[in-house]
Each structure stands twice: as structure tokens, then as C-alpha cells.
Design a protein around this ligand. Structure first.
Ligand code: 5GP
Ligand code: MN
Length: 363
């Protein structure tokens, strides 16, 4: 018996050596990462497809910090970010993989370190995945989603936090460099925190989030101005799309405490849909009393985008993983469905009875 355990252990170590990666990564090993950063590095920072405020805020704050420390730094996003994020400090340094493929490829190949922020599996890089996978650069994850994949060499991973932007703040503070956080970096971090917490309404039951926020104000941010830049820049057609989605397309299933909205390509075109215009629509469905799970489905070029939200302990991360090959957080998750819009909605409606009891007793 003992012998077979020893053999198994030797076999596992052998497999690890073959894969060139230790499967038992030490989490939050700030010390090793800081050692790597003692030498000037060619750094690529990247984040997930359809980048949101936290993805852009954490990437750009990290950019500001690493550049200040004398590294050569590039930020690459797989596809364009919405207009309401494009005012952020350092934004002019962003490269968009699907628009500037060759330049991005060259940066990926040259990189000695790749920071992956606000996502936890290289598959979320979409078109840029293959190039990043081939890179020999060491990959450092900074992220707050559950269940990180083993694509990375170093993990800064914590789900008990408001946002990846907050983790970037921690990373800088842990390096003993808190005083290097200037107003511009603080502005990016603040934008990441407010967009990932719905302006401090979820994922923010942590004292630390508010202590960090207070420190960002000490560093000169103008919070009210940042709110206006993020939230008060709707186009007229975006607001009308929201109105249409709620008044014409909202389906409420009270017996399952569920609500959903499905939007076709034609409907989006009718409202001159731009990237980011559908963000937040799903939250209105969840805002109904006694609705504990909400979904938004909309047609993109070749997939159907799924956005899921929940209240309390009901995990849409589990739902996204089980039914749509997606992921995210307990109360906010997403996926790309390869089925038609109708079939994707059918998957949602059909699994609801399985969870009727849990959805009835959400805290
Ligand atoms: P949203 O619904 O706003 O697009 O995304 C909600 C959360 O789920 C975000 O944290 C986002 O990173 C994550 N998410 C969205 N789409 C996907 C996906 O296709 N796969 C995975 N693993 N996570 C996703
Ligand atoms: Mn995030």
C-alpha cells in the first residue's frame, strides 16, 4: 500500500516536471514577484475580452506603477473598451489586439513578464489567447475571480475583495511603494472599485475597501467627477435601448424568482448599439423585489453573450460554469453561448425548476 502511494507521488512529480509548471503554486507570493521586478523587465499587462471598468482601471493603475519603477510596459486589451472608460489616465497607451495584431504580437513575443489582471484563465483573452500561451514570459495573475486556472506562474488571487483594482493597490502597498500612488493611478483604482461594486452596493462588505478608498481621496482623486465620467455619459440611444429592454423585453418568472431579457441583433441595431451599451441592463432585472436571479442575453457577431446576476448566496458562477461554460463571481457571472438566442434562453428557463427551492430562500 505504502509503496503504491510513493509510486503515485513520484509519478505526479514527474508529470509536473514534464509540464514545466508546479501545480502547487504558492498564492499571494508577493516576495517572489518583487524579486523579479528588481531587474528592469519588458512587461505586458493584459486583461479580459469585453473589458469593463475594473479590467481597464486595474491595468492602467498597474501600468502607471510599473512604468514609474523603470520597466518598459505595454497594456494590451483583446478588443476595444467602451467609450465611458476611455477618459482614464494612461488610456492613450492601450493597444487593442484585434485592431493592431502585428504590433501586439511583437510586444507579446518580446515580453519577459506578462501580468494578467481581472481574469483567471487565458481562454478569456479570446483572439489573443494563442499568442500569449506561446510566450515564454512568466505569467503573473492578479485577480479576484473564483477558481483560477493553472495557466499562470504566480498567483495574486483573492475573492474577498471588491475588485482587481483593489488588489493592484495591495500589490503596490505590499511592495513598500504606497507613496508612489499618484492621483492618476488612484483615479484608475477608484474607477475600478466603483464599477465592480455598482458604486459601493455589492462585493464591498469589507472594511478594507473603504480604508483604501479614503486613501485614494487623500491622494487627490475627484470622486464626483469620476462618477460623472463613468455614469453620466450615456448616448440618447443607449438610454432608449435600456427603456425598450425594460418595458418591452423583460420576462418575469415569479415562481422561480427569476427575470430575464433577450435582445436580438436587429433590436440592438435599431438602437445603434455600441460596445458597453448593454452593461447594467441586467441589474435592472435583478432590482425587482423577490427576484433572486436575473439574466441578459444578447446576440453578438458569432455568439450569444450571457450575463447573470444573483442576490445573496445563490451562485451564478456555478450556473455559468455548469450550463454555459462561463464563470465569474458568486453574484455576477457571464458566458459566451454558441447556441442560438432562443436555445440559450431555453437552457436558462429549463434549469430554473432544479433550483426552485434555493431561489425561494435566498438570503
Ligand atoms: P458581465 O456579465 O458583466 O459580462 O460579467 C460578469 C462577471 O463574469 C465578470 O466578472 C466577468 O469577468 C465574468 N465573465 C463574463 N463573461 C465571462 C465568460 O465568458 N467566461 C468567464 N469565465 N467569465 C466571464
Ligand atoms: Mn473585476
Amino acid at each position: 500500500m505504502f509503496n503504491s502511494y510513493v509510486n503515485l507521488a513520484i509519478y505526479l512529480v514527474f508529470l509536473q516536471l514534464l509540464s514545466g509548471k508546479s501545480s502547487i503554486l504558492k498564492k499571494n507570493d508577493f516576495h517572489s514577484i518583487h524579486s523579479l521586478l528588481q531587474q528592469p523587465q519588458k512587461i505586458l499587462i493584459t486583461t479580459h475580452t469585453n473589458p469593463d471598468g475594473d479590467a481597464i482601471g486595474s491595468s492602467l493603475a498597474l501600468f502607471g506603477y510599473l512604468r514609474k519603477n523603470g520597466h518598459s510596459v505595454t497594456v494590451m486589451i483583446p478588443d476595444p473598451d467602451p467609450k465611458f472608460l476611455q477618459w482614464m489616465p494612461f488610456h492613450e497607451n492601450l493597444l487593442v489586439y484585434c485592431l493592431e495584431k502585428e504590433i501586439c504580437r511583437a510586444h507579446i513575443q518580446e515580453a519577459t513578464l506578462i501580468f494578467c489582471v481581472d481574469f483567471n484563465s487565458l481562454s478569456r483573452l479570446n483572439q489573443a489567447e494563442a499568442d500569449c500561451r506561446c510566450s515564454t514570459a512568466r505569467k503573473i495573475l492578479i485577480d479576484h475571480h473564483t477558481q483560477p486556472s493553472n495557466d499562470f506562474d504566480f498567483l495574486i488571487s483573492d475573492t474577498q475583495t471588491s475588485s482587481t483594482s483593489e488588489l493592484v493597490y495591495d500589490f503596490i502597498a505590499n511592495s513598500g511603494d504606497k507613496e508612489k500612488i499618484d492621483t492618476e493611478m488612484a483615479t484608475c483604482i477608484y474607477a475600478g472599485i466603483i464599477t465592480d461594486t455598482g458604486s459601493f452596493s455589492y462585493s464591498c462588505n469589507y472594511e478594507k475597501t473603504y480604508l483604501i478608498t479614503a486613501d485614494l481621496y487623500r491622494r487627490g482623486i475627484d470622486g464626483e467627477h469620476i462618477h460623472r465620467l463613468v455614469y453620466d455619459t450615456y448616448s440618447e440611444s443607449r438610454l432608449r435601448l435600456l427603456g425598450y429592454a425594460i418595458s418591452e423585453k423583460l420576462v418575469v418568472l415569479p415562481e422561480y424568482h427569476a427575470a430575464y431579457i433577450a435582445l436580438t441583433r436587429q433590436e440592438l441595431d435599431r438602437f445603434n448599439h455600441q460596445i458597453g451599451d448593454t452593461e447594467d441592463i441586467v441589474n435592472y432585472a435583478l432590482s425587482i423585489a423577490d427576484i433572486n436571479i436575473a439574466a441578459l442575453f444578447y446576440e453578438r457577431e458569432d455568439i450569444v453573450k450571457v450575463s447573470l446576476r444573483s442576490k445573496g448566496h445563490f451562485s451564478v458562477n456555478d450556473i455559468a460554469r455548469t450550463y454555459f461554460e462561463g464563470g465569474g463571481h458568486v453574484n455576477a457571472a457571464g458566458a459566451n453561448s454558441k447556441l442560438s438566442l432562443k436555445d440559450t434562453v431555453d437552457v436558462f428557463v429549463k434549469f430554473l425548476p432544479t433550483f426552485q427551492e434555493q431561489l425561494n430562500s435566498v438570503y
